[in-house]
Design a protein. Structure first.
Length: 128
């Protein structure tokens, strides 16, 4: 068996992180998983064009899926920190950078690393 190429490792990791967040939010239905696959396919081309951007792929896939879900279903992921007021979605920060996190701008806190929403919902949020 041949080793997995670094590009594929990055893409598999990004897919796994975003899927973990979708599972945590109980929205990992087949059609939603298809959105993840579509994003990974687009980002494969993107990172082939700009290999130095490999560290940014997880955040970009998370944003792609978030945007696609907004168009089809509504906001995701909903903020687990703000328990009053209108429900609002978390944002990915940095928008283009390594170590992406889900952030609540209303409360001014980092909620969880991309891929770790399940533990954030159970354990609260870390302040930024």
């Amino acid at each position: 068996m041949e080793p997995v190429a670094p590009l594929e490792q990055v893409l598999h990791a990004a897919r796994a992180l975003v899927l973990a967040d979708l599972v945590a939010g109980e929205v990992a239905e087949a059609d939603v998983v298809s959105l993840v696959e579509a994003s990974v396919t687009r980002r494969r081309w993107w990172v082939q064009q700009w290999p130095d951007g490999a560290a940014y792929v997880a955040g970009l896939v998370a944003q792609d899926v978030q945007d696609a879900l907004l168009e089809r279903y509504g906001r995701w992921p909903l903020c687990p920190v703000c328990r009053t007021g209108d429900p609002h979605a978390l944002d990915v920060e940095p928008e283009l950078g390594p170590d992406p996190h889900w952030v609540c701008h209303k409360a001014g806190v980092k909620v969880a690393a991309v891929g770790s929403l399940g533990s954030a919902a159970a354990g609260g949020a870390a302040s930024s």
